[in-house]
Design a protein around this ligand. Structure first.
Ligand code: GRF
Length: 205
């Protein structure tokens, strides 16, 4: 399966997905064919180039509306003819121009146990709320921000002496394990999108 990855920053999840592809070879069922960033200075673009993957930059500040940006985003991503679009730290709110076009094909990773803490600063909010656990979620992308059908969730215990930084690092480390595996499961159609829900076809869901 052809995978396009959308990023805005460091791209450590992109790196994990690329490393998994290298380690697993054809068994992973996917190939990252393009990486797009809305920021030209995103370090993830360097990671992509080092892996020999095509890159594109689409500067959102050039557009008057989210819809206009999304229309060009769809064109740029479609040029790679992806079967799957993986959002990995892509920091733009997407409109139905994008989300309807890729419904069931686009996924996102979010650092919280959704539906808790949509949006930003999830680690700080979980600590401030005195939660005993935090986590990560991977979901299909819909026009509802961080609100699409859940594919995978993992809880991560919060320690009494946790700071925002150290909690964030622990979540990030688990993201790097989970996202490549879920990308593989989607590529191998062990998980599909059906009637607004994620359906698992494997025996060990
Ligand atoms: C991750 O924490 C992800 O959950 C969130 O953005 C961050 C991206 O990190 N959506 P990186 O660019 O993959 O290092």
């Amino acid at each position: 399966k052809r995978v396009a990855v959308l990023i805005s920053g460091s791209g450590s999840n992109l790196q994990a997905i690329l490393d998994w592809q290298t380690a697993r070879g054809e068994a992973c069922g996917y190939e990252v064919v393009g990486v797009l960033s809305n920021r030209a200075d995103a370090y993830g673009l360097t990671r992509a180039r080092q892996a020999g993957v095509e890159t594109a930059v689409l500067d959102h500040t050039r557009f008057d509306s989210r819809e206009a940006f999304d229309a060009e985003l769809v064109q740029a991503v479609d040029a790679w003819q992806p079967d799957l679009v993986v959002l990995a730290g892509f920091m733009r709110i997407l409109t139905p121009v994008f989300t309807d076009h890729y419904l069931g094909k686009a996924v996102n990773i979010h650092p919280s146990l959704l539906p808790k803490y949509r949006g930003l600063h999830t680690h700080r909010r979980a600590l401030e709320a005195g939660d005993s656990e935090h986590g990560l979620s991977i979901h299909f992308v819909t026009s509802e921000l961080d609100g699409g059908p859940l594919i995978f969730q993992q809880a991560i215990p919060i320690h009494a002496d946790d700071t925002e930084t150290c909690l964030q690092q622990r979540v990030h480390a688990e993201e790097h394990k989970a996202y490549p595996r879920v990308t593989e499961a989607l590529a191998r159609e062990l998980i599909t999108y059906e009637n607004g829900a994620a359906v698992c076809h494997a025996t060990n869901c």
